[in-house]
Ligand binder design. Structure first.
Ligand code: ADP
Ligand code: MG
Length: 300
């Protein structure tokens, strides 16, 4: 069998099943970042993201934006765990023919994000490659009481999403701001039961929460904040690379959240968590309720 027959997520599952973990690991494969024991009050968070030319970006977008995106994607994953990013390793595959000015721009982008989010760039690796590859490994920390997994969504939880969804390939996927301050506000003030950042698509990433939590959900088309850049509703909820947060909180905290949300970025309640056998349903604007397959972007 070939990888593309297995699919990206089955492949990751297969790796996960074959890896034995020590008791130092709180959460290994299967969340936005690994959660590792560290000290009395905090866990370490550890994540990496790889960007490949012609898949995640085109060279003509310019080194600066591509550099920004490479570090911002990792920050988005650390945010989705409720934590703070601290140290980064940046590994590059670059052709020898690349203009040095272009490489400088890549680092100017990376450094601008590092400065904004107070991240130290402490190393990496460099190889020669035909296409540009950027891999950022990010180490973060989170107070034990604030860590949020994908797997703890509770029945009755309200499901929220930040910002708007869809149309990201018109530019947002290169210039987004990871929702770190929003995530920190949430974990400090609310009982956030589950959270994920939207990289595979709204439906697919909500699907990851439901899978990991063994729950179902209903979402309401009328409440989903579709970007004006999106082609249509169906592509908006499946495209991916929105880098917004999906999170769930107990229904009892819903009003407090709507009353106290302090950011310009939107925060929309889009549905609620239900018991497992129910799957994922969408209540359409036309009044119909449909079962929806949580599919989105897969690399194979
Ligand atoms: P995200 O979109 O949040 O970055 P991914 O979909 O890339 O997450 O990965 C999902 C999970 O699978 C993560 O826990 C990640 O660490 C893990 N993972 C992905 N690829 C591999 C791999 N080749 N080996 C081990 N774990 C992997
Ligand atoms: Mg993620």
């Amino acid at each position: 069998m070939r990888l593309k027959d297995l699919g990206e997520f089955n492949f990751i599952d297969r790796i996960s099943r074959r890896v034995k973990l020590s008791s130092r690991v709180i959460k290994g494969i299967g969340d936005d970042a690994a959660v590792l024991k560290w000290n009395r009050d905090k866990y370490l968070l550890f994540t990496s993201d790889m960007l490949l030319e012609k898949r995640h970006f085109y060279r003509r977008a310019g080194g600066y934006l591509i550099g920004k995106k490479s570090l911002s994607a990792g920050i988005s994953d650390i945010a989705a765990m409720g934590g703070l990013p601290e140290f980064a390793l940046v590994s590059l595959g670059v052709p020898g023919s690349l203009d040095i000015g272009y490489a400088d721009e890549l680092y100017r982008g990376i450094k601008s994000v590092a400065k904004k989010f107070k991240i130290d760039l402490v190393g990496g690796d460099t190889i020669n490659s035909r296409k540009i590859i950027i891999d950022v490994a990010l180490l973060g920390t989170v107070e034990k009481k604030n860590v949020v997994l994908r797997s703890k969504a509770k029945q009755g939880d309200a499901i929220f999403v930040t910002g708007t969804i869809g149309g990201t390939f018109k530019g947002k996927h290169l210039s987004f701001t990871p929702r770190l301050k929003e995530a920190r506000f949430l974990v400090r003030n609310f009982e956030v039961n589950s959270m994920i950042d939207v990289s595979d698509g709204l439906i697919a990433d909500l699907g990851h929460i439901l899978d990991e939590s063994h729950k179902g959900a209903i979402i309401y088309e009328k409440d989903i904040p579709v970007s004006k850049d999106a082609k249509d509703f169906n592509s908006a909820i499946r495209e991916g690379e929105d880098f917004e947060l999906i999170f769930t909180i107990p229904k009892a905290e819903e009003k407090k959240l709507m009353d106290t949300w302090p950011f310009k970025t939107r925060c929309s309640r889009i549905g609620k968590i239900q018991n497992a056998p129910k799957g994922l349903y969408i209540a359409k604007k036309n009044g119909k309720k449909e079962r929806i397959k949580p599919t989105g972007y897969s690399h194979f």
